[in-house]
Structures are given as structure tokens and as C-alpha cells.
Design a protein around this ligand. Structure first.
Ligand SMILES: Cc1cc2nc3c(=O)[nH]c(=O)nc-3n(C[C@H](O)[C@H](O)[C@H](O)COP(=O)(O)OP(=O)(O)OC[C@H]3O[C@@H](n4cnc5c(N)ncnc54)[C@H](O)[C@@H]3O)c2cc1C
Length: 464
């Protein structure tokens, strides 16, 4: 039975979705199905899109079938794992949405510290399971983010200075390529593809399994300290973070203090810095290392202490709700007074209480990997700067404010993290990679996806 037609097909070339559904171990959702509406939405609610059909994949064979259908029927293919694409790339109008969120197989070998993980797992799910073995993989700051999109872009989190990026702990990737083949990419097999997968995003195929080497992490000294958002505090945080031992990784959120039970009523709404951090070493030493941050000003609230590593996710839960948001970001060489003044000036006239500036201190293990060793090449970046604006209602004023703040800082920026890019055009995608890395990625793309089937992403156009 003919159920739908892609806008790319002419009337003589219909798609029989019923017949296709019968080939799947998983399920196919169509408009009108009970679960279709919840499945089509992703975390960034700025994108409200209607795919032609959604494949709820059960295994790699389903993935191969979906890839082949999209290729042969010339449907746009949107790949969704954790659904946290900042740019809304994992859902698209009229597309085939390949939803891997049900593929949550996980196997841990605690002796060899090896982890086999399917792409539907979230960072929190893997982190919680690993914590039982005193292990961790360096994912990001938020529990609900998918390991797949995060890893393929690089993966920057609270262990970045101690253990590097997620990709620095990746052993191999199993993936379905545009021609429907299932390949393994590692240091020994398909090496060039493995290089590209460590930072090149979803450009080369659909990852169906990741193998990581986990690191020893158990009780950490971590949490959040709310400080007043003054010039002095803002100017001091990144130099302190850089001078600290590599066990410490910090993420500072410059924001209006939220109406939370731990914030004194008279400080709610005032400009503050939520300094979140993990010291992945002896907690007593961690407390001493963090003391200079605590001494920057009288804290508005102090929620730091020894905790199991997954406890750090509690501090970003509120900010990770499914809501509309816009992000503009870049790497900076530091946080000089011009950046600090710009942040304070713009935050004082933010269009919404959901506006914030995120600052991540980098360096350490991330910086020791040579720039050309993986597709993630901005190894010497010192600060990751991001304006993140969560809003309600029409996007326009909030997008304008976000872009104005970003544009004011941009002359000082050098490169961008692909996983923090919105839909900002080809020029910005090029900024995510050193020039020679970008050329090399385009070559790998030509080899594995010459027709650019995997284009709903931070797209690298195949080399001619
Ligand atoms: C609240 C929030 C917090 C974040 N925090 C961090 C952080 O601390 N550190 C960090 O590094 N990043 C962070 N990110 C960015 C995040 O890493 C990216 O948005 C990432 O792409 C999300 O992965 P996902 O699987 O959840 O997303 P999805 O929306 O499912 O996928 C995003 C894109 O990744 C590709 N992709 C996904 N799965 C596959 C697959 N199986 N095979 C091939 N390609 C695939 C596709 O191109 C897809 O469009 C954060 C994002 C949000 C929204």
C-alpha cells in the first residue's frame, strides 16, 4: 500500500512504508501513530518538525535497512540517538528519522576497563553503571545527553583536564556506512575513518556501537559554588582553573541566580556565577585545591563536597529540560577584561532569565594530544565560551540578543566546538576544524559518503 511520498520523489516513485516496516525488528512510526508526536520532538524545542516516518531501530540490521531506504528513495535522513542536537539536526520535516534511542546495550569489563555501549545510551546511564566499578568515561556535564552525538563531536566534560575528551578514550566504533555496510573503525581497522569519527560528527555513517577505555574515578570533590557575578570574580576564575592541578575541571555558568531553596531570597535574580567542578582525585586534596575559588568572594551558596562522580549531574538537571534554546559559542585564548565587561554588560540587559554564559576551562590531558591525531583539532584552546539562551515565546529577540553578545566577543575567538554549533552555515563549520583537518575530513567524506547521504549534521561536503 502506498502511504507516503517524499517531496524528493515524483508520483511514479512511491514508498511502501508498510512493506518496509515488515522488514524491521524494531518499529516504524507514522504521522497519526500514538507515539509519533513524542518521538519526533528532540530536546531543543525550538525545532518542531514532522518527519515522514520514524524508524525505532532495534539493532544494526534495522539501521542498515533505514540507511538503504533513505539512500534509495532519496529521503533526507535524520539520525537521532540522545536527541540533544543543539542545531536540531536529529529531526527534520519530511525526512526518515532514524531513532536509535532504544538501542541501550551496555557491557562493562571492569578488569580490562573496556566498555561496549550502544548509541541509545545517555551519558548518565553509562556513568551510573560505571560508577559501580569505580570507573568513568569523560562525557559531558549533563546526564541526558546521548553518548553518540557527544562522542562523535569530541566530548568535553568534567574530566577533560585529567583524562581528555570522550574521543581520547575511544577504542573503536561500529558503524553502518552510506552503502549499508557494517564496518569497524579503530586504530587497526579503517584507521582514516576512525580518525574522522573522533570529532567529525555524524558525517560518515551511523554508529551502532562504541568501545571505550574507562578511567578510574570514584569519590570526587565536586559540586557547585554560587559566587556574585562581579568583574573581579569573573576575571579570576579562568586563571585559577588553569593554574590548578589537572584533576580539577571547572565549568562556570554566568547567570541570574535562580529562585532555588539554597539561594537567599534577596540574591535571587542577581548576576551570579555558578561554578561547577570536579576534582577527580583525593577529595581532601580537592577541597584544598578549590579553596582559592571559595575565597574569591563570600559565596551566595556552597554546595560542594565529596560525592560519587555521577552526583555532579544533579547541578545541570534543571538546565537540561526540553525547552527552546539558542547557542552561540567559540573557543577563546583566555578571558580578558574585554570579554568580562561584555558579558556583564549584556547579561545586565538579557531578554530572558534563561540567558547564561558558559565558560569551560580546558587544557591538561586534552591539550597533550597532537592537533592532527583526531578530527577534533582545537587542542590548544584554553576556554570554551558559549552563550546559551533558554526562552519562551517567539525566538527572535532572544536570538538577536544571543548573537549580539556573541558578535561582541567574536573578534577574540579562535575556532568553535562542532557540538556547540547551531545552524550557522558552512563558514562556521569550517571554524570547527583547523584548515588541514577540514580538507582531510572532506576526503574521508568523499570515500565513505560521496553522495552526502549523511548531511543533516554539521555537514562536511565531500571533496570533489
Ligand atoms: C543540555 C545540553 C548539554 C550539553 N553538554 C555537553 C557537554 O557537557 N559536553 C559536550 O561535549 N557536549 C555537550 N552538549 C552537546 C552535545 O554533545 C551534542 O548536542 C550532541 O550532538 C548530542 O548528542 P545526542 O546523541 O544527544 O544528540 P542527537 O540529537 O541524537 O544527535 C545529534 C547529531 O549527532 C549525530 N549522531 C547522533 N547519533 C549518531 C549515531 N549513532 N551515528 C552517527 N551520528 C550520530 C547526528 O548528526 C545527529 O544529528 C550538550 C548539549 C545539550 C543540549
Amino acid at each position: 500500500m502506498v502511504l507516503a511520498r517524499s517531496r524528493h520523489l515524483d508520483a511514479s516513485d512511491p514508498i511502501d512504508f508498510d512493506a518496509f516496516a515488515a522488514t524491521l525488528s524494531g518499529r516504524l512510526l507514522r504521522p497519526g501513530d500514538a507515539e509519533y508526536d513524542s518521538a519526533r520532538l528532540t530536546q531543543n524545542r525550538a525545532y518542531n518538525r514532522y518527519p515522514a516516518a520514524i524508524v525505532k531501530a532495534a539493532d544494526a540490521s534495522d539501521v542498515a535497512r533505514a540507511v538503504s531506504l533513505a539512500r534509495d528513495a532519496r529521503l533526507d535522513l535524520a539520525v537521532r540517538s540522545g536527541g540533544h542536537s543543539v542545531a536540531g539536526h536529529s529531526t527534520a520535516d519530511d525526512a526518515l528519522m532514524l531513532d536509535l534511542s532504544g538501542m541501550k546495550g551496555l557491557h562493562i569489563d571492569p578488569v580490562r576497563r573496556l566498555v561496549w555501549a550502544q548509541p541509545g545510551l545517555t551519558a548518565g546511564e553509562v556513568t551510573n553503571a560505571l560508577a559501580e566499578h569505580g570507573l568513568a568515561i569523560p562525557f559531558g556535564d549533563t546526564s541526558s545527553v546521548g553518548i553518540a552525538g557527544l562522542t562523535l563531536g569530541g566530548g568535553i566534560g568534567y574530566l577533560v583536564r585529567k583524562y581528555g575528551l570522550a574521543v581520547d578514550n575511544l577504542v573503536s566504533v561500529e558503524l553502518v556506512t552510506a552503502d549499508g555496510r557494517l564496518l569497524i573503525a579503530s586504530e587497526r581497522q579503517n584507521q582514516e575513518l576512525f580518525w574522522a569519527l573522533r570529532g567529525g560528527g555524524g558525517n560518515f555513517g551511523v554508529a551502532t556501537r562504541f568501545v571505550y577505555r574507562a578511567q578510574p574515578v570514584s569519590t570526587v570533590f565536586g559540586g557547585a559554588i554560587f559566587l556574585p557575578g562581579t568583574r573581579d570574580v569573573l576575571e579570576s576564575i579562568m586563571p585559577l582553573a588553569e593554574a590548578a592541578p589537572e584533576e580539577l575541571s571547572v565549568i562556570a555558568f554566568v547567570m541570574h541566580a535562580p529562585p532555588a531553596p539554597f539561594i537567599p531570597a534577596d540574591r535571587v535574580g542577581g548576576l551570579s556565577v555558578m561554578l561547577t567542578f570536579v576534582y577527580a582525585g583525593d577529595p581532601a586534596r580537592g577541597e584544598a585545591v578549590v579553596a582559592p575559588f571559595r575565597a574569591l568572594a563570600e559565596p551566595i551558596a556552597d554546595l560542594a563536597g565529596p560525592m560519587p562522580y555521577p552526583g555532579i549531574y544533579a547541578f545541570t538537571e534543571e538546565g537540561a529540560k526540553a525547552e527552546p534554546f539558542v547557542v552561540r559559542s567559540a573557543f577563546l585564548d583566555g578571558l580578558d577584561e574585554r570579554v568580562v565587561d561584555t558579558i556583564i554588560e549584556y547579561m545586565s540587559r538579557a531578554t530572558t532569565p534563561g540567558a547564561m554564559v558558559q565558560l569551560r576551562g580546558l587544557g591538561g590531558a586534552m591539550a597533550r594530544v597532537p592537533a592532527g591525531a583526531t578530527a577534533f583539532g582545537h587542542r590548544s584552546a584554553r576556554v570554551l565560551f558559549a552563550v546559551i539562551t533558554v526562552f519562551e515565546g517567539p525566538a527572535e529577540p532572544h536570538v538577536a540578543w544571543t548573537e549580539a553578545l556573541f558578535d561582541a566577543v567574536r573578534p577574540l575567538a579562535r575556532g568553535v566546538y562542532s557540538n556547540f554549533l547551531g545552524s550557522e552555515g558552512e563558514g562556521r563549520i569550517r571554524e570547527a576544524y583547523p584548515a588541514e583537518t577540514f580538507e582531510r575530513l572532506a576526503e574521508v567524506k568523499r570515500r565513505y559518503d560521496p553522495s552526502n547521504l549523511f548531511r543533516l549534521n554539521q555537514n562536511i561536503v565531500p571533496a570533489r
